[in-house]
Design a binder for this molecule. Structure first.
Ligand SMILES: [Zn+2]
Length: 443
């Protein structure tokens, strides 16, 4: 068995791992890394017009030329979940491989929507697999997508059953015992896998250095409830911004808006994309209760109505990272003929992704909003990623023979390797820290 760390082992983004067993290869995730793309193109994140070679050169997608000789052996591309750092490069790289793309219904639906937006047609077949089900990839490879909690819907652990043992790819997850949408982790199955024997675990390390058990989404819901239902918002506008992919968070906003007797307006193209994809497969119980506006005209009309009846609505919109051209940014810039007034409430139900550009953008946006005298409530959020103590429990459940830290910069991966050492793993023997481009043989 050979594992190639193609992308996501030297940065947080462009996740791409190739697993070769005998003469067959499975690719887990094909993600994108946005910062280099934005540096290259200015603030315009339109991807059209760049070739895969250019994208590899600027570091926006993983350099899969390093597995060029494996290309004819690739039997499947398996996507763990619907975040762009896991699926965003499918449109540029998947056509090189003559194999199907597997994912849960939401992941595949969102992927199709991204491809349609970019007018990309791929030759690959899409194979939809429900969480907690299996598919035969070949005579010797069986795929199991094991449902897991994260910050978007239908995330899965990729469990690959091979003739040399079981490989589990765990990017991204948290162990949430009270999720707001979806089921809690399938601990029983995880323990069974551990009992039966796991050869190798490829595991996210983003928060491996943080000594916590990541709080449940239920905690974020309570934080949000506390702001929305106890702060005096009479006749004031209420805006909540979060990640468009975080459907469970939006569900909580909708519930509390109902308690306030307010209607929910959702603004922004990416919101429309994620909610639309989730609704297509019946995962958005509140869809009929909200109005989604993604086009310019609709957005302006909704904001005009809001400015006349501030106390009647709750707005959910883009701008959680201070992104230029997001709804919040355009309001702050005076582009949308809506102004915040003293006492209006803006809830940032997110964290700022710790990239210099996001941090700078958020600061600029917050400063503008404060000058408008809006009240800002920041960090009304919990993470979707496992903390160190979750990782300890997770590894103890699965008992892998080999542990490979993934999805992180080197200090994050070192932290997970250190945790492995605490748990009895030996560096270079059973815990293996890798960098983009490296390969590891496992006997
Ligand atoms: Zn994710």
């Amino acid at each position: 068995m050979e594992i190639c760390a193609v992308g996501g082992y030297s940065e947080v983004g462009k996740n791409f791992t190739a697993i070769k067993v005998g003469d067959e290869v499975v690719i887990c995730d094909m993600g994108i890394f946005l910062p280099p793309l934005i540096n290259y193109q200015g603030e315009d994140t339109e991807l059209r017009g760049l070739s895969s070679d250019q994208l590899i050169k600027i570091g926006a997608v993983a350099d899969d030329t390093i597995i060029a000789e494996w290309k004819p052996k690739v039997r499947a591309i398996v996507l763990s979940h619907a975040h762009l750092d896991h699926i965003g490069a499918v449109q540029f790289l998947a056509a090189k491989y003559r194999c199907p793309v597997y994912g849960t219904p939401f992941t595949i639906e969102l992927l199709k929507s991204l491809l349609a937006d970019e007018k990309v047609r791929l030759p690959n077949e899409f194979k939809v697999l429900n969480p907690n089900s299996t598919a035969k990839i070949s005579n010797t490879l069986k795929l199991e997508l094991l449902g897991i909690t994260h910050s978007t819907l239908q995330a899965s652990l990729i469990v690959l059953h091979t003739k040399e043992g079981v490989v589990i790819y765990a990017n991204d997850f948290k162990l949430d015992n009270h999720p707001v949408l979806g089921k809690k982790p399938n601990y029983e199955r995880m323990r069974q896998l551990g009992k039966d024997g796991v050869k190798c675990l490829i595991c996210e390390s983003l928060y491996a250095s943080v000594d916590v058990k990541t709080p449940s989404e239920k905690v974020a819901r309570e934080l949000l409830k506390d702001v929305m239902l106890t702060v005096d918002t009479k006749d004031r506008a209420i805006f909540v911004t979060t990640f468009a992919s975080h459907i469970a968070r939006i569900a909580s906003v909708v519930d509390f808006a109902k308690k306030l007797g307010r209607k929910v307006i959702i603004l922004g193209r990416s919101m429309n994309k994620y909610l639309g994809a989730a609704n297509k497969i019946g995962l958005v119980p509140f869809f009929k209760d909200v109005k989604i506006c993604s086009y310019q005209g609709e957005v302006r009309k909704a904001l005009k109505e809001l400015s006349q009846n501030r106390g009647k609505y709750v707005v959910v919109c883009t701008g959680s990272q201070g992104e230029p051209h997001s709804i919040l940014d355009r309001i702050a810039e005076g582009d949308l003929k809506f102004s915040f007034l003293e006492g209006d409430v803006i809830v940032f139900s997110c964290k700022t992704i710790p990239q210099p550009m996001n941090i700078a953008n958020r600061k600029v946006l917050e400063d503008k909003l404060r000058r408008m005298k809006a009240r800002l409530f920041i960090d009304i959020h919990v993470s979707g990623h496992a903390g160190r103590e979750d990782l300890r429990d997770f590894i103890a459940m699965l008992k892998p023979k080999h542990l490979i830290p993934a999805h992180g910069e080197s200090q994050m991966e070192s932290a997970l390797a250190d945790l492995g050492v605490e748990m009895g793993y030996i560096v270079g023997e059973s815990v293996h820290q890798m960098k983009d481009g490296q390969r590891l043989k496992i006997e």
